[in-house]
Design a protein around this ligand. Sequence first.
Ligand SMILES: [Zn+2]
Length: 622
Amino acid sequence: MMPGEPRFRRLPKTLAMKPVTTHALAAFFLLIASAPQSVLARQGLRPHVSYLIRVGPADQSGFTVEMRVRGAGDTVRLAMASHPEYDDRYWRYVENLSAEARGVALSVTREEDALWSVRAPGGDLYVKYRIRLLPQTAPTRAAWQPFISPTGGLVGDLHSLMYVVGATRAPARVTLDIPAGWAIASGLDTTNDPKTFSARSVELLLDSPIVVGQFRRWDFAVNGVPHTVVYLPQPNSAPFDADAFIAGVRRLAGEAINIFGKTPYRRYTFIYMDGADGALEHLNSVTIGAQSRNLARGLGDVFQVTSHEYFHTWNLMRVRPVERVGVRYRHAEPTAVLWWSEGVTIYFSDLLLRRAKLPVAEPTRAAHLESKIATYLLTPGYSRISPERVSLASDDPLALGDDFASVYLQGELLGSMLDLLIREATRGRRSLDDAMRTLSERFTPERGINGRDIERAVHDVCGCDAHSFFEAHVRGARPIDFDRYLRAVGLRAQVSWSPALGGDGGPAPDLRIYAINSPGDSAPRLRLTNPDSAWGRAGLHTGDRLISLDGRAVASASDFRPWLGQLRVGQTARLEVMRDGVVSTATVLITGYDRPTVRLREIEDATAEQLRLRARWAEGGP
Ligand SMILES: [Zn+2]
């Protein structure tokens, strides 16, 4: 959540004021309702929930959900879960929430934005509500958000399903009532009823999007484990090479499973959707926006996204930050290990693509690393702010001040260096693959990791001094000495600085700044990425509220980019900003800037051992 974001208007506390019936066992239920979940589980009394999702044939504005809660206590707390990454707050779209038991309507009280409570007389509790879907205004949808179109849609997971607080480890079922001729796919287990699916826990159900409609479907097995690929097209979908697409997805799955030796799931479903972009990982599935016209042009992009999101099945979903264990209805606490969960996932997704012989941006691992090191050196924030701090600040674009760093690049480079460290210490017998596999064997979704756990796994795999590395480069912000680690494979980084060039071959203007909209704040704010840029030298700071650009008032951050894009070296830009309530004008002389070029060179007198390790490393081998 952004600082200064307004709390959303709360609905009236009581949605329905109807008499609450009492029950002879009320005292007993009162007793067990306050017992910890484990006690209820031992007594076999924890609530079991089954869901029914009804999608009408002609209604694209929403769908209804019915819940049957068996074994409920006398007070049932219902909540909409908050996603730790994309908290879309679908509690805002819950309508017509009602509850009844024994044929009597019950009062539902709103306790918090995403939390309701019902006083129930015991026995089965029936809950019903509608999820309102917003009309699509942008050209594409976000791949993880529910929608319904005339030919299919996406429902289920935490965007649709409420849960009973304290009962998320109990098994659950969901049944779909959908238009005739539509099919269903998800990562959930099938049952005897083709429209009913089961999950070993409510938590897993809340993590399982369900695609419905007229989609294409392919099935294959890897090591005997079933995998399904689904593509939900739009009308007028462009044709693409489905055979090459499925073959590539299958190879990626095979390469990832090779690292771990087994899957953390019983079945897995890749859900691709036309007309959508973005992607979101889950334990048993993934939703990926894949516009057919892009697939028709080439499959490189979709493989890249798939490799990343699919690797998250292990690194982020199975091996997850301790702050992301369990289900919650309030926003998750930030975590210090995103550099590992996201950045090291980038490291592995590049490796999977190379091992699967699928397209990659740079032809060799050396060229890939050269480009990453150059990006690291260009922006001083990467070596000024520790990856743990960058991880903790990832929700707040203003938190790092005038410096910028992303966990993606920091983590990918740290992963690359840790890999070299392990190879050197074990004479090539082990690599970062082994550290990742060790974590996946030690941890489960119920037992999350912290930075010390990652350090321990690296240490146990390499038998080397992982502690100094983590002190210097993970918890601390010491610049990475690339040559120290590249030495393992007989390489060093040669860095040269030269003026950055634009498309016309002349010096590129220093445009290292952007603007962001803060919800609840009418004025967009500036975000510097380098305090030594032309913008920092002119006295501007991250967080400055933008009033006008060259005398023209600014309404939104989207006004900033076209204005920035027309600036040329030698021009003068005038920005009126407000800081601490004081308005001032900054005059910025647009200059060029230098950028580094990195080439990995062979060290003098590289040993046979270093050359042997390099050959293995360069081919992407473990
Ligand atoms: Zn990711």
